[in-house]
Design a binder for this molecule. Structure first.
Ligand code: GLC
Length: 819
């Protein structure tokens, strides 16, 4: 079996020469080597190739994945079968060609190489697939090593608190409870084995769908080799072609399935602390927000709402009438979200424990005893969420919280799983793993994801006809289908504000866009300046929540006094105004897999200036943000991608492809809007649905040329949108020296509450003279200046308009402009 003498000492095995190659199914090719290694190469689409290697001794395990939904599961964006597929045998290799890719399998070694149809080399094996046997576990450690051409950059991999470009670093995926992590800590909570490779301006992705403890070495050990391996399971990876980085994320997200739309309120502001109790304190926080006119949609109950930390109970003294409290909060626009951990207190008098024991739903050790570990309630047992019947039971447990009490969302924590004794479960703990019983070594990395899945099923069932909301700390690839997330127990420091920015971008490009950080920091207390800067960044993160560990002091929007309370209010108000834009961006994520947060490199991978910068990112198509992460700063240098931009606060035009100084005292965050953009905004309100939106504001940014924008709307709640009650409004903006026109194409049956748009015109090259809506003159008015933004011309038009034309006062003649 050993065919590489040099490797013998390390007991390393290589596949050796190919003996047989055949097309075994429609889109599947099987290569068998002399020593019995097999490569099943599955062409999922023109852009996605799956490489699944089976070692000689391993019987093919059932083809099962928690990340990629199976053929029976609902999956609206499943990859489309290849439109072109050709298989050829050449002298020294086999060649598989799709409409976009060429894959070469070398006969002498089973190594592979992938090129695009123009012949650009995208990826090539170094040693390729190899493995060694681990005596202690009996598993094969499966490895892949690939060549690293010069200049290559790597991105993605979930929540890693490291520089955006992963090159030169090594990481591990083994979800861990990492209280007070710092830059460079690894692993953290989430396990997303997917990364991007950018080489010669062409991007592809690698998704290593293996749930065992896995490692990724991006040219760290050897500068010319990138490798990834896992302590068991199969070498099973997907090669995902872009060619743009954005498309790589889209393809990966579609493969693992994006989430459905959340209720709109979940994109509002959330207030959380460990812990708000008793009920009177929760009420006081809620009234504190309303009295100070600080918009907020959700208020959280951390572990102290429970009776002795028993999940699905209420503390009899602190929360004697939970239903009444939740109703009162709801009357004031607050949605109540409660924490639920996996540890079930060992207490014979506790019904959830009794049911778990009676039905044998808890995890067991290899020799039979129940898995016992300490978490907040003391000694606990833990549900095995990898068994469908346990998930079903767990989902059913939410009836009381959701249906009876009226809780609107559930927050899953400690689900790495975390225990106090040794961090997590011992390796021998057994799991059902949906019909393929296994140990903790294989199930660890999907425990949190399966818990969130069961939770979300329950929340969805009992919230119907409303949409569910779940948040999780741990997850695996594909977990975005079930839950939002946060980046865990960070610290109130400027370094952590920087990290929050990087981590949220990274998660977003890793398919997990519904993400935010504990604003202000979980551990320690920020000062007013840090907190306001963090709120300003959080206003551009999909999940927007302040959370802190209570023993370090208060962290409510008003805790730092003036001017900070007003600053915080100002950014939360801006978020509420931007909700139509944020929701549209979520819809793009949900329907196309497009990441909501896009790092600078993703905005222009043809511009190498973007490769090593990481603070700048866009939220959606048009807003470029760059947080201030330094105390005492009144602005910062940042890079604008090529194209024309406007500074949001002043409407000042700036040319991209250059570094610019963004002046930003505490009332501003560096924020630029792309020329040609149409940004829909709504009035400030204290919570989603507080007011009926009677007029939507369309902020239109002049461009000399043409640009597209979209606005999606469906009312933001319920499921009618899946039956056609939704509207997409596509805007085409075209500007020249004489005029600016905005064309609108409307599709869909949803009738919004607003009948008019206030079209606000930014960056016009000269004063507008007339506005015509579908050829009818419309009065020209002014959109007033605010404390932080400038006045701009505006006109009110009907939402049904086909074309709005703004004619300029003095046409700039060609010759004149030049003289
Ligand atoms: C964990 C969570 C934190 C939560 C705390 C108490 O540390 O990460 O968000 O507040 O547990 O439940």
């Amino acid at each position: 079996m050993l065919n590489d003498l040099a490797a013998q000492g390390r007991q390393e095995h290589l596949p050796g020469p190919v003996q047989q190659a055949a097309q075994t199914e429609d889109h599947l090719f099987t290569f068998t080597t002399e020593n019995g290694t097999r490569l099943l190469l599955h062409v999922l689409s023109d852009k996605i190739l799956r490489f699944r290697y089976l070692t000689p001794d391993s019987p093919a395990a059932p083809d099962f994945s928690y990340a990629v939904p199976g053929p029976d599961e609902a999956h609206p964006l499943r990859p489309q079968a290849p439109t072109f597929l050709e298989f050829k045998e050449k002298t020294d290799h086999y060649r598989i060609t799709t409409a976009r890719l060429i894959c070469i399998v070398w006969k002498d070694s089973l190594r592979t190489r992938v090129l695009d149809r123009s012949g650009n080399l995208l990826g090539g094996d170094e040693k390729g697939f190899h493995w060694h046997h681990d005596y202690d576990t009996g598993n094969d450690i499966v490895k892949m090593s690939q060549q690293v051409p010069s200049g290559v950059c790597y991105y993605g991999l979930g929540d890693k608190p490291a520089n955006m470009n992963l090159r030169g670093q090594r990481f591990c995926n083994w979800g861990s409870d990492t209280y007070g992590y710092v830059k460079g800590s690894d692993p953290l909570y989430k396990n997303i084995p997917f990364f991007h490779v950018l080489q010669q301006r062409i991007a592809h992705g690698i998704f290593f769908d293996n749930t065992f403890k896995a490692f990724f070495d991006f040219a760290a050990e050897r500068a010319d080799v990138t490798s990834f391996w896992a302590e068991g399971g199969e070498m099973n990876y997907y090669f995902i072609y872009g060619p743009s980085l954005l498309e790589v994320t889209q393809e990966y997200t579609r493969l693992t399935c994006p989430p459905p739309l959340p209720p709109l309120w979940t994109l509002g502001y959330h207030q959380c602390k460990w812990s708000y109790f008793p009920a009177s304190n929760v009420q006081a926080i809620a009234s504190g927000l309303r009295e100070r006119r600080i918009p907020c949609d959700a208020i959280y109950l951390d572990i102290d709402y429970m009776d002795g930390y028993r999940c699905f109970t209420w503390h009899p003294q602190h929360f004697p009438e939970p239903k009444r409290m939740v109703q009162e909060l709801a009357a004031d626009g607050f949605k109540t979200v409660v924490i639920i951990d996996p540890g079930i207190k060992i207490d014979p008098a506790y019904p959830v424990y009794q049911e778990g024991i009676k039905n044998d739903f808890f995890c067991r050790r290899a020799d039979g005893p129940l898995m016992k570990g300490s978490v907040w309630p003391g000694q606990c047992n833990f549900p095995d969420y990898t068994r469908p019947e346990v998930r079903e039971w767990w989902a059913g447990l939410f009836e009381g919280l959701i249906k009876d009490v009226g809780v609107k969302g559930v927050w899953n924590d400690m689900n790495e799983p975390a225990v106090f004794e040794k961090g997590t479960f011992p390796d021998d703990v057994r799991f059902g793993y949906d019909g393929q019983p296994t140990s903790h070594r294989k199930a660890h990395n999907i425990y949190g994801m399966q818990m969130a899945r069961a939770t979300n099923d329950g929340v969805a069932r009992f919230s119907y006809p409303d949409r569910p909301f779940t948040i999780t700390r741990s997850t695996y690839a594909g977990g975005q289908r079930y839950s939002s997330g946060w980046t865990g127990d960070n610290i109130a420091s400027w370094d952590h504000l920087w990290l929050a920015n990087i981590q949220c971008q990274r998660l977003s490009i890793s398919g997990f866009s519904f993400i935010g950080s504990d604003i202000g920091g979980f551990i320690d207390t920020p000062n007013g300046e840090l907190y306001s800067r963090w709120i300003a960044l959080g206003a551009f993160h999909p999940f927007f929540r302040t959370h802190s560990s209570g023993d370090h002091g208060d962290q409510e929007p008003w805790s730092f006094g003036e001017p900070f309370t007003s600053l915080v209010r100002h950014f939360i108000e801006l978020r509420y105004q931007l909700l139509p834009y944020v929701y549209t961006t979520f819809w793009q994520y949900s329907t196309q897999g497009t990441p909501m947060l896009r790092p600078l490199t993703f905005l222009d991978q043809n511009d190498p200036e973007t490769y090593l910068r990481m603070a700048e990112f866009s939220l959606g198509d048009h807003l470029l943000v760059c947080p201030i992460t330094q105390a005492g700063a009144d602005g910062r240098w940042m890079y604008l991608p090529k194209g024309d931009w406007y500074y949001y606060w002043t409407d000042e035009a700036r040319a991209g492809g250059a570094e610019v100084w963004a002046s930003a005292d505490l009332t501003r965050i560096p924020l630029f809007v792309k020329a040609g953009a149409v940004v829909p905004m709504q009035p400030v309100m204290q919570y989603v649905g507080e007011q009926v939106v009677e007029e939507l504001t369309l902020h239109v940014y002049y461009k000399n040329g043409t640009a597209q924008s979209v606005h999606y709307d469906d009312g933001g709640e319920g499921y009618a949108y899946q039956e056609g009650q939704q509207t997409t409004r596509r805007f085409t903006v075209t500007g020249d020296a004489q005029a600016l026109t905005i064309r609108q194409e409307i599709a869909g049956a949803y009738q919004p509450s607003y009948a008019t748009y206030r079209v606000v015109l930014h960056g016009l090259p000269t004063a507008p003279q007339a506005v015509l809506a579908d050829a009818q003159p419309v009065p020209l008015g002014e959109y007033p200046a605010t404390e932080t933004t400038v006045a701009a011309p505006a006109a009110v038009v009907s939402v049904g308009f086909g074309e709005v034309k703004i004619e300029f006062a003095a046409p700039v003649a060609e010759g004149l402009a030049k003289s």
